[in-house]
Design a binder for this molecule. Sequence first.
Ligand code: PAF
Length: 279
Amino acid sequence: MKVTKTVEETRKLVKAWKQEGKSIGLVPTMGFLHEGHASLIRRCREENDIVVVSDFVNPTQFGPNEDLEAYPRDFKRDSELCESLGADLIFNPEPEEMYHDPHAFVSIDLLSETLCGKTRPIHFKGVCTVVSKLFHIVTPDKAYFGQKDAQQLAIIRKMVQDLNFDIQIVGCPIVREEDGLAKSSRNTYLNTEERKAALCLSKALRRGMDVIHPQADASEVLGEMRAIIEAEPLARIDYVSMVDALTMQPVEKVEKDVLVAMAVYIGKTRLIDNFSYEV
Ligand code: PAF
């Protein structure tokens, strides 16, 4: 497995693979890899000749008071995991390699304004910018993203369509701990008590899945879910919402495919989770 730090050396390798007629799959990550990332890398391994993993904590997607500095990093462990999963290349640039100020941004506005975009106004602009850059650098045939970041996945699909990237976006299912908590690099911030409290997210989701039905009122479904989270003293709701699965705009009734998504603070840690419902 190769490790590159610069755009130039990454492009050189990719060019040589393409000249040999090989298909390229990309798994964009911010490192500190867990089983959720591993599932993306495995799927990418099955479906492509070459597997590229990017490992880059992208500064432009963090707001001024967010956890950029504290974000967990362990490149040695990441590279061992990638190697064991059969990746061919990890692209691990420094921020100075990716950004030269002032630089251009990419944004997909409407979809970025709801859900996480309300509390994290610059987040998706940073995500779209770095993912566009990675797409231009690696020029993959397919790119793999987790359904846990469902809004991110919807925005990237829209970006690929709007900007005519010739890349197939593959969404992969949420990977959970045995007790239901969705895997996340941020779970490492939780202490023992908070880790137990965090189960209110998946409990609320299960309740939502039980009560949702075609023509259901969003307020009824969301009310049931909120009640479970509000009963947990360490939890504070950022949002629990139902939106159109494609536009990410709030809906009042289940009339089309919807995304039911939540962000909840457990202590200081903000966790997200969701489920999709097709009518
Ligand atoms: O989902 C993530 O880890 C990040 O948002 C991504 C897509 C790697 C962009 O930095």
